[in-house]
Design a protein around this ligand. Structure first.
Ligand code: DX5
Ligand code: ZN
Length: 218
């Protein structure tokens, strides 16, 4: 079953609990949480305290996307805060295989993330260990950017490698996903769709989530 993951980066933080409960009641499948440190990406967002507070207001699984330097130093803390899935970038990780194992040692799902400029082949040797791969379809740091079309080709390439090797790895796509492109992203082979501004900046979140679900065949 394909999944819609609202990204709270675009939510109104002064009403975060309400915004999350509304997304949940409208059929969101998980909540995507972007952690930024102002070093790996040119923006700062929030840390483990917010994750633990968010965990109290929703039953949905929390997908934590770490855009920080030395992510290995924070994994245990985000796990304790309530993360159900944690993803780390390939680009700033000398020991990606080890960090994926560190995440999985908590019994939660581990994801590897690729920036738009990084080839899919970079992950070939760790795919056996990744529950999911997050393909960035914008350069990470900000919500509201335009979807990079080349991602469609990367999804297809990754899907082929996953099938060829018989892995169960799921494909998540993050950045610029909206009602105009979600069907082609799904048709290319994606399983999970992160949507920030397309959901939280909309007047009618429920209508958007419902339409998205019908476009991806749910
Ligand atoms: C960007 C973040 C995304 C962001 C997506 O660095 O990883 O999760 O919230 O926002 P939209 O859907 O507005 O591109
Ligand atoms: Zn993200």
């Amino acid at each position: 079953m394909k999944k819609i993951l609202p990204s709270i980066l675009s939510a109104d933080f002064s009403r975060l609990g309400e915004e999350i409960r509304e997304a949940e009641s409208c059929g969101a499948d998980m909540i995507h949480c972007d952690i930024m440190d102002g070093r790996f990406v040119p923006n700062i967002s929030f840390g483990p305290k917010v994750i633990s507070d968010v965990n109290k207001v929703t039953d949905l699984p929390l997908d934590v996307h770490l855009m920080i330097e030395n992510p290995e130093n924070f994994i245990d803390e985000f796990y304790k805060a309530g993360a159900d899935m944690i993803s780390v970038h390939y680009e700033n990780n000398y020991h990606l295989d080890r960090v994926l194992q560190q995440i999985k040692s908590h019994g939660i799902k581990a994801g590897a993330v690729l920036n738009p400029a990084t080839p899919v082949s970079s992950l070939e040797n760790v795919l056996y260990n990744a529950d999911y791969v997050l393909l960035m379809s914008v350069n990470p740091g900000f919500g509201g950017q335009k979807f990079i079309e080349n991602t469609l080709r990367k999804i297809g390439e990754l899907k082929e490698i996953i099938i060829k090797n018989g892995y169960n790895t799921e494909i998540e796509v993050d950045g610029g996903v909206d009602l105009t492109n979600i069907k082609s992203i799904s048709d290319a082979g994606a399983d999970m769709f992160v949507c920030g501004s397309s959901i939280f900046n909309s007047e009618d979140k429920c209508a958007v989530i419902k339409k998205m679900k019908s476009l991806i065949g749910n």
